[in-house]
Design a protein around this ligand. Structure first.
Ligand SMILES: C[S@@+](CC[C@H](N)C(=O)[O-])C[C@H]1O[C@@H](n2cnc3c(N)ncnc32)[C@H](O)[C@@H]1O
Length: 242
């Protein structure tokens, strides 16, 4: 297939997913006001006294969109692992929809310690490293997520001379999640920010690598099924107990 046709096909499939998601969000609206109300009730003032801090509404809205796109607003309770969970807002909102979850992150940002406590989000402190198995958490998950992924930058948050995971490192990580963390019908969801120079995360090499691993790629997001032979699906209507 010619390269231009390949790109057109990619564009078309991304467009279809995007239109479908917009339609699904429109036909299944969530009460965003309730989510903000719930956050507003928390005593962020306690944190604000020491640091100018409040949940970023734009980011909260993005989390809500991801939650809708993953059907978390209308699926039975799922067990979720959020990698690089940061302040804990994604898991907090998931919990408002009846899900349970745990975050995993390094412990470099003192503010996150406080927000996680305020939001009542459990966090495992661990650094995700290239070609290193994640620590055993003693349970499996219906969904493993990572939003605004940064752990592929070695030595993050250092900005100078940071190296990035190779396709081989990504294969190792995806296989680790699939074989040790996901339930048989589980999913892995990764959402990437643009690169520091504003180019998209998916270089042709990484795009190819993720597709080979069975990802469904839509814009800056990739979704994997636990079983590499199965087609990943944003919609999940049942949780698996084992
Ligand atoms: C841009 S923030 C995103 C936080 C959160 N997921 C969100 O969307 O708001 C990136 C997060 O990844 C975490 N992180 C970076 N490198 C990591 C690593 N090697 N292992 C685990 N967490 C890491 C950071 O501590 C930070 O919380």
């Amino acid at each position: 297939m010619k390269l231009s046709r390949k790109f057109q096909k990619l564009l078309d499939s991304s467009l279809i997913v995007s239109v479908r998601e917009r339609a699904a969000r429109w036909t299944h609206p969530v009460n965003t006001g309730c989510i903000f109300e719930s956050l507003n009730k928390l005593e962020f003032e306690r944190i604000r006294e020491r640091a100018p801090y409040r949940p970023n509404p734009k980011r909260i809205r993005k989390f809500i969109k991801s939650i809708q796109d993953l059907w978390l607003d209308r699926s039975p309770p799922l067990n979720i692992l959020d990698l690089g969970c940061g302040a804990g807002y994604f898991l907090y909102i998931c919990k408002l929809f009846g899900h349970d979850g745990v975050g995993l992150d390094i412990d470099e940002e003192p503010l996150y310690r406080e927000t996680l406590q305020l939001l009542n989000i459990r966090r495992v402190v661990s650094r995700i490293e290239a070609q290193v198995l994640l620590p055993d958490l003693g349970e499996r998950f219906d969904l493993v997520t990572a939003t605004r992924v940064c752990f592929q930058y070695k030595r993050w948050p250092e900005k100078v001379g940071r190296q990035e995971w190779t396709p081989e490192d990504w294969r190792f990580f995806i296989n680790d999640i699939r074989t040790r963390f996901l339930k048989p019908h589980g999913r892995l969801f990764l959402q990437f920010n643009p690169r520091p120079d504003d180019s998209p995360f998916f270089t042709p090499e990484l795009h190819e690598c993720f597709l080979r691993e069975g990802a469904l790629i839509s814009r800056s997001r990739a979704l994997f099924a636990a079983d590499p032979t199965r087609h990943p699906c944003f919609k999940q209507t049942e949780s698996q107990s084992s």
